[in-house]
Design a binder for this molecule. Structure first.
Ligand SMILES: [Zn+2]
Length: 81
């Protein structure tokens, strides 16, 4: 998978997100979804967020996208937390 291609689709997602701003009330920010992937923050909050993401037509592709990007960006296995 090429890095520039990933970046392109990510830019596109951000543009879509900007357009859909009003329709996405209640949706977590990209940062929050990224934090979910990074296993940052309170576990209960993360589970609630994951619950939303998996059932949301906007957030789910975003989550998959970020996950793919994270995998592509190297296999850094950090032990923080
Ligand atoms: Zn959502």
């Amino acid at each position: 998978m090429s890095d520039s291609r990933l970046r392109k689709s990510y830019d596109r997602l951000l543009a879509i997100q900007a357009q859909l701003g009003d329709a996405r009330l209640g949706c977590p920010s990209v940062e929050a979804i990224a934090a979910l992937l990074a296993r940052e923050g309170d576990e209960e909050a993360r589970l609630a967020l994951l619950d939303h993401v998996m059932g949301c037509a906007f957030c789910q592709p975003e989550f998959e996208m970020l996950r793919a990007a994270q995998r592509a960006s190297g296999s850094q296995e950090t032990m923080d937390g």
